[in-house]
Design a protein around this ligand. Structure first.
Ligand code: NAD
Length: 403
């Protein structure tokens, strides 16, 4: 009887694994589970939040990549995994049994227990939350017309990590459209970023990170650095202004967006896997330490980088590689062959600041400005190709290289 592989999550890692498993003539039955019936490009959601891209542009239907001869797609929400009985429990649906499981359930916003984050700030983690950010922004612009309250025109991004920086770039680009709604000049819309540490973007050299930050400053973004956020209140960010005196200060704004980092899906810890912030330190072949038929990949997974002696950071790039690797290892297990160790060499990373500026590293080379934005688009197109194939890449890819 053919073995049943269940893949949880249709993000970068899950779809790349699906692609690998659907290849060739394996005697396999595959079930893919996701709460949505679409895949979204998680690296581009800031563009939806800022209103410079529609969600249709960064999503495609999962059915487009499912080969019905071997794969069934189930739209459902995973509640827990019972790894002893090899069952996946879904909300309001029958449980699914598996022979092999790939857990690729992605990430969640991390509040670090800071009071008020859940109630008074906006998350930006998926399509609904990103659309909600843009809807909120347009509502504030409308409100300004009525009230002339300057706080309606203030936007605070909490955290200057990759996500915060890319969001600020897109918000700058989206200002014109928002200003039209409010009936003001774009310069009237004020962007702020509050960040805990003083050394921003530690993955890049100081010079390269500084290039990106300076660019945003030139565009008028106000940075408050070395100011850890202690609480979010209604329309207010409370931050530690002076580390020596413990003096707090407040920044008022009607839009507060929370981008201070992510954790892996809560389902992993809830299911009894040894997770820290939703990430499980997996074996070198990407399986769980206690279950050789359970692969944990993408943002739910932690793999040690032997060079830095720290887990690799979670990126789309490593998720795609893990998906491919897990798929190959399951094929090997089915043939009775040994699994292979996962190895990863980062190709670098590039942060966009708006549509035609970016900065980052490609291999050991630092890139910035317009050429970097072209590289960024090539990276985005490649990841679309790896999950969605040529069809989705041609339909949704970025080919506006020419100014
Ligand atoms: P992050 O952890 O990289 O950055 C979060 C930032 O928030 C940090 O600078 C941190 O110091 C700051 N912060 C944390 N708590 C704070 C507080 N209380 N007050 C103020 N600031 C605070 O998280 P991210 O930007 O969400 O990115 C998550 C992961 O996804 C990272 O691994 C990142 O590299 C990756 N990512 C990659 C890309 C890309 O490759 N283009 C894009 C987006 C995200």
């Amino acid at each position: 009887m053919s073995k049943h592989v269940v893949i949880l999550g249709a993000g970068y890692a899950g779809l790349r694994a699906l692609h690998e498993l659907q290849k060739g003539d394996n005697e396999l039955k595959i079930t893919l589970v996701d709460q949505n019936d679409y895949h979204f490009e998680a690296t581009d959601i800031h563009e939806v939040a800022a209103g410079i891209q529609t969600s249709e542009r960064i999503t495609y239907p999962i059915k487009d990549v499912v080969k019905s001869a071997c794969t069934t797609f189930v739209q459902g929400t995973v509640e827990t995994i019972d790894s002893e009985n090899q069952l996946v429990h879904l909300k309001d649906q029958a449980a699914i049994s598996y022979d092999y499981l790939i857990v690729a359930l992605g990430y969640e916003s991390e509040s670090f227990g800071i009071p008020g984050v859940e109630e008074f700030s906006l998350k930006m983690v998926d399509i609904p939350t990103s659309e909600k950010v843009y809807q909120h922004l347009t509502e504030q612009m409308e409100a300004y017309k009525e009230t002339k309250d300057e706080n309606c025109l203030k936007i605070v991004v909490c955290g200057a990590g990759f996500t915060g920086i890319e969001l600020l770039g897109s918000l700058h680009e989206g200002k014109k459209k928002l200003a039209t709604i409010a009936g003001v000049e774009p310069e009237k819309i004020q962007l702020y970023c509050v960040e805990a540490v003083t050394r921003l973007l530690p993955m890049f050299s100081e010079k390269l990170g500084g290039y990106g930050i300076d660019h945003l400053k030139k565009w008028g973004v106000n940075f408050l650095v070395g100011k850890p956020i202690k609480e979010i209140k209604q329309d207010t960010v409370v931050y530690l202004d002076n580390q020596e005196t413990n003096e707090l200060n407040e920044l008022n704004a009607k839009t507060i967006i929370w981008t201070t980092g992510v954790s892996g899906s809560h389902v992993v810890g809830d299911s009894g896997f040894a997770a820290k912030r939703g990430r499980v330190m997996v074996q070198s072949d990407l399986t769980d330490a206690n279950h050789s038929n359970v692969y944990i990949i993408g943002d739910c997974s932690a793999v040690m980088d032997k060079e830095s002696n720290r887990p690799y950071p979670t990126t789309a790039q490593i998720s795609l590689k893990m998906g491919e690797h897990a798929g190959k290892n399951i094929k090997a297990q089915l043939k009775g062959e040994p699994t292979k160790e996962f190895t990863f060499k980062s190709l670098g990373s590039v942060a966009s600041i708006g549509n035609s500026h970016a900065f980052g590293e490609v291999g050991k080379m630092e890139v910035k400005g317009y050429p970097a934005s072209v590289i960024k688009k090539v990276i985005m197109d490649r990841s679309l190709f790896e999950t969605g194939g040529i069809k989705e890449m041609l339909a949704k890819g970025r080919f506006d290289f020419y100014r």
